[in-house]
Design a protein around this ligand. Structure first.
Ligand SMILES: Cc1cc2nc3c(=O)[nH]c(=O)nc-3n(C[C@H](O)[C@H](O)[C@H](O)COP(=O)(O)O)c2cc1C
Length: 309
């Protein structure tokens, strides 16, 4: 069972907050980064990054970021500003804005304009009284719904729950239909543990088609239908298990016939190995039907199991 990792256990109750933060923040990673723009009561523009962030409701559209209580006590400018003004603009940034974002994360006095500090251009929001970063390719104008304090210690989070009232996106990063963001055109920046960051590079992207309906066969069902699937990896069996049923016998017979005809000179053992390879390759490309046909055609060749090793 070499797939099963050997686990070290961490316990916040005995490790303490500093040590637990290290493992926690490196475990829940990568995290998207909200680059949050607010305005203070005296009109000072504030800009700070927060990676305790995500969206939590589609209808209504709601995003949440969390502002920690600083070690010095009191509260961060962003939290005070959003509480007082009830508004903010949350940006999603890419690598080219990473250094400005890092610069904006330094602790500045409340009357310091952090747009000016980080060299970014402020554009007035359309729906809220806050400023958008002109250089950012994605910006969401938000109204405060609720602030939920999670504790009264240093590093306690304060959830800032916001309704998104407008979303602006650079037209150049959208899919051709203009409906959503093409991850191959926008390398969003995310945060891991310590000082590690990541960007979504095109070569790291892949798609996983969702299993159909609620009747996926699952891994156990795959092994029942095709015992030879035990020769595949767990992930490969999981891909087959997204089907609701294996292909019918006629389709398998037709596939096996075509396969045999194209490899008439090969021994059955070789053919079976080649079928398993074909199944693996098909599954790596998420061609689930083709994977099924190959594995079931291999079953039909019925070569003794020891020859698979
Ligand atoms: C990438 C990144 C992510 C951060 N995420 C958070 C976070 O989720 N919560 C938090 O309280 N501080 C976070 N910080 C630290 C704040 O940005 C920092 O405390 C900032 O000075 C707050 O500014 P403000 O007082 O102007 O609001 C993060 C810093 C960086 C660089």
């Amino acid at each position: 069972m070499s797939d099963i990792p050997s686990m070290k256990c961490f316990d916040p109750a005995t490790d303490g907050p500093v040590a637990f933060f290290k493992i926690f923040s490196s475990a829940v990673a990568p995290r998207p980064i909200a680059f949050v723009s607010t305005v203070a009561a005296d009109g000072t523009k504030n800009l700070s990054p927060f990676s305790f962030f995500n969206f939590f409701s589609a209808n209504p559209p709601v995003l949440v970021f969390s502002v920690s209580t600083p070690a010095s006590g009191g509260e961060k400018d962003t939290l005070r500003n959003v509480r007082e003004s009830g508004e903010c603009i949350v940006h999603i940034t890419d690598r080219p804005l990473g250094d400005q974002l890092n610069l904006a994360s330094a602790v500045y006095a409340p009357d310091v304009d952090e747009f000016e500090k980080s060299g970014l251009t402020a554009v007035a929001g359309e729906a809220v009284n806050a400023f958008r970063v002109a250089e950012a390719k994605i910006a969401m104008e938000c109204r405060l719904r609720q602030i939920v304090p999670l504790g009264d210690q240093r590093a306690s989070g304060n959830l800032v729950i916001c309704d998104v009232v407008k979303l602006h996106a650079d037209e150049a990063i959208l899919f051709e239909d203009g409906a959503s963001i093409d991850p191959r055109k926008f390398a969003s920046l995310s945060r891991l543990g310590g000082e590690w960051y990541m960007e979504t590079r095109p070569d790291a992207l892949f798609e996983l088609p969702r299993p159909p309906g609620g009747d996926a066969m699952g891994v156990k069902g795959v092994l029942a239908a095709a015992p030879l699937a035990s020769q595949l990896s767990l992930a490969e069996r999981a891909i087959l298990g997204t089907s609701s049923a294996p292909p019918d016998g006629t389709a398998v017979a037709a596939f096996a016939e075509r396969w045999r005809a194209s490899r008439a000179n090969e021994e059955p053992t070789r053919q079976e190995v080649a079928l398993l390879d074909h199944a693996r390759k098909s599954l790596s490309e998420h061609k689930v039907d083709e994977g099924w046909l190959a594995i079931l055609a291999a079953e039909q060749l019925s070569v003794p199991k020891e020859l698979h090793r």
